[in-house]
Design a protein around this ligand. Structure first.
Ligand code: SF4
Length: 352
């Protein structure tokens, strides 16, 4: 999914100590981070290796490994890592886990121990929880249900528990297991649709066809869970912009997700798509091309969804409830097309 683009490589605010950091502490933190990064590359759990000073202990006790990303909408969520890496790890636009660590599922006992630690640290009042890393729906269903139940026991006020999940892993689960997970307390999945255009999905090596994505999305919706779908404007380049917009609208209409979250393609360093662009095989869309693509997409939608451009890669911070907000979104896009391209953020190559 496109969560590599969720922009903020972060540990949630709930995982970071609040004490003021002196230059000495910052230096020590930096050294620990470098050492932690090195051991992460070796696929070792940092928290087991480095004793750290008490004021920073939350970052270690919670035992994060590898890149930890979360959607912007989970900025205030408690992050409890359930899996490490991504089992697919082939998308040509994504660099998140390309340098490792390899995908693995954390032992359920470790995940539950982290939940218990979090309860001690933060008390019972946690309201939202996200389970990184890149595809935690791939976890064994019984184990994931155990994690959900323990979380609900430890945090009785928990309103939302969410994971990233690819369409192929959702299909592997099957509709019945999704219902079981929902009943155990998992109530939102973030899925990277990216595009509804088969040719684009094939080119970026997404590992799923549009029909598979539609089926997976429909199963999630039928399970009772909330579904956040991510769409990447510009992913098809100039060559297939129209097909990308139209086929993505078709897929979204077939799924009718709760949330449509818009991102704009930015080439990331050390990815095949950056090389394709540098060598002239991929033509990037500029701001007007992106806005035209989004205009086409929005004009074709027939959904009851909250559409939001909640990401730093986008040119306009638009959002609105569909279908009622469709006219306002289209007007804003038309207004945006009147502005010169120099009004928009400059081009950049993503570094993380
Ligand atoms: S599925 Fe894996 S490789 Fe594809 S975008 Fe998500 S994290 Fe990256």
């Amino acid at each position: 999914m496109y969560h590599g683009w969720e922009g903020i490589r972060t540990r949630s605010r709930k995982t970071i100590g609040k004490s003021a950091l002196s230059p000495m502490k910052l230096t020590r933190l930096w050294l620990q981070w470098v050492a932690g990064w090195y051991y992460n590359c070796l696929d070792w759990p940092v928290g087991h290796i480095f004793p750290v000073e008490p004021s920073l202990s939350r970052m270690v006790v919670m035992r994060y490994q590898g890149p930890i990303y979360r959607p912007p909408s989970e900025a205030d969520s408690l992050l409890i890592q359930a899996t490490v890496g991504c089992p697919h790890n082939q998308c040509t636009f994504c660099m998140v886990y390309k340098r490792g660590p390899r995908f693995r599922v954390r032992p359920v006992a470790d995940v539950c121990a982290d939940i218990t630690t979090a309860r001690i640290e933060y008390g019972p009042g946690v309201r939202t929880m996200f389970l990184p890393a890149g595809n935690s729906i791939a976890m064994d269903t019984d184990d994931l249900m155990t994690v959900c139940r323990v979380a609900r026991e430890q945090f009785p006020d928990l309103e939302r528990m969410t994971v990233y999940g690819s369409s192929t892993c959702i299909l592997d689960k099957g509709a019945d297991q999704l219902v079981q997970l929902y009943r155990a307390g998992l109530n939102r999945i973030h899925v990277g649709l990216e595009s509804g255009d088969d040719e684009t999905l094939r080119r970026v090596k997404k590992g799923a066809t549009a029909e598979q994505q539609i089926q997976a999305g429909q199963w999630v919706m039928a399970s009772g869970m909330e579904l956040s779908l991510y769409v990447v404007l510009g992913l098809a380049g100039a060559e297939r912009s129209i097909q990308h917009a139209e086929e993505t609208a078709r897929a979204l209409n077939a799924i009718n997700p709760h949330f449509i979250r818009i991102r704009t393609f930015v080439p990331k360093e050390k990815t095949p798509m950056l090389r394709d662009w540098q060598q002239g095989r991929f033509i990037l869309l500029g701001p007007h091309g992106i806005l035209r693509e989004m205009h086409r997409l929005v004009s074709l939608l027939h959904v009851d969804s909250w559409l939001t451009c909640d990401h730093y890669t986008n040119y306009l911070p638009l959002q609105g409830q569909l279908p009622g907000g469709q006219g306002a979104l289209l007007s804003a896009l038309e207004h945006g097309l009147q502005r010169p391209e120099t009004d928009y953020r400059p081009f950049f190559i993503g570094r993380e």
